[in-house]
Ligand binder design. Structure first.
Ligand SMILES: Nc1nc2c(ncn2[C@@H]2O[C@H](COP(=O)(O)OP(=O)(O)OP(=O)(O)O)[C@@H](O)[C@H]2O)c(=O)[nH]1
Length: 220
C-alpha cells in the first residue's frame, strides 16, 4: 500500500464549502508528513502509528500481525563504488519491488537509510516466512538497471509475528524483529531469519494448504 491522499479523517471546511483550498492544503501537508520523499513509501512516523493500530486490532480481534525488516546488504559499498545517486536509484528500485509484490493491505515503509519495514496485517508467521523468502529471492533476481549495465543487490530480512496472547509492547516487538535482521546479517546476509514458530498454528495448516501456499509464492 503506497501513500494516497487521505479521504478519511478529513476535517470539515470552517465555512461549509465542499471545495476548500485550506483543507486540501492541510490534507496534502498531513500526507507529506507521513511520506518518505525519496521512495514515496510511508515514513517511520506513519510506521509507528500503523503498527500501534494493527497491534490493537490483533489484541481485539485475534488476527496475528507480522512485521518484516528488510535491509540491503553492503549498501555502503554501492554508494562508495557507484555514487550516491545510484544508491538512491537502488533504494527506489527496492521500494517499487516491495509495493509491486505485496498485498494492497500490507504497509511497506522506509524505516531509515537503507532499512525498510513492512507491516503484514492478518498474517501469521508461517505465511510471513513465505512472503519474506519471496521478497528476498526477488531482490536477488531483480538487478537495478543502470545507464551502464546493472547492479545486483541482496538483502537480509528479519520477520516475526505479534499474536493476540503476546504481552510485549510495540517497541519490544520492533526490537525483537530488528534483532532477527541483525542475526541474518551476522549469519552471512542474503537470508531470512524468523522468530519462534507457533507450532499449534503450523500444525493446523494442512499439507494441501502448505503446498498451495508454496506454489502460490513460487509461481509469482
Ligand atoms: N544513496 C543513499 N545512501 C544512503 C541513504 N541513507 C543511508 N545511506 C547509506 O547507507 C549506507 C549504510 O551503510 P552501513 O550501515 O555500513 O551498512 P551496509 O554497508 O549496508 O552493511 P550491512 O548492512 O552490514 O550489510 C551508508 O553508506 C549510508 O550513507 C540514502 O538516502 N541514499
Amino acid at each position: 500500500m503506497k501513500p494516497t491522499v487521505e479521504k478519511d479523517n478529513r476535517p470539515d471546511c470552517p465555512v461549509g464549502e465542499t471545495q476548500c483550498p485550506i483543507i486540501d492544503e492541510l490534507m496534502m501537508l498531513r500526507q507529506l508528513a507521513r511520506t518518505d520523499p525519496l521512495t514515496g513509501l510511508f515514513n517511520s512516523r506513519h510506521f509507528r502509528d500503523a503498527l500501534l493500530q494493527e497491534i490493537e486490532r490483533t489484541q481485539r480481534q485475534g488476527q496475528p500481525t507480522s512485521l518484516m525488516f528488510v535491509d540491503l546488504d553492503f549498501f555502503k559499498k554501492v554508494n562508495d563504488t557507484h555514487g550516491h545517486e545510484v544508491g538512491n536509484t537502488a533504494l527506489k528500485h527496492l521500494a517499487d519491488l516491495l509495493v509491486n509484490n505485496l498485498r494492497r493491505l500490507d504497509i511497506p515503509c522506509r524505516y531509515g537509510g537503507e532499512e525498510f519495514v513492512v507491516i503484514l496485517p492478518g498474517t501469521d508467521l508461517y505465511t510471513g516466512k513465505f512472503v519474506a523468502e519471496r521478497i528476498r529471492s526477488l531482490i536477488e533476481s531483480s538487478p537495478v538497471p543502470l545507464a551502464k549495465g546493472e547492479l545486483r543487490l541482496t538483502a537480509s530480512i528479519g520477520i516475526d509475528t505479534y499474536r493476540s496472547e503476546d504481552q510485549d509492547t510495540p517497541d519490544a516487538f520492533v526490537a525483537r524483529t530488528d534483532a532477527l535482521l541483525y542475526q541474518a546479517k551476522a549469519e552471512g546476509r542474503n537470508r531470512v531469519v524468523h522468530g519462534v514458530a507457533d507450532l499449534t498454528t503450523e500444525a493446523k495448516i494442512s499439507a494441501d494448504e502448505k503446498a498451495a501456499l508454496s506454489d502460490l509464492f513460487t509461481k509469482r
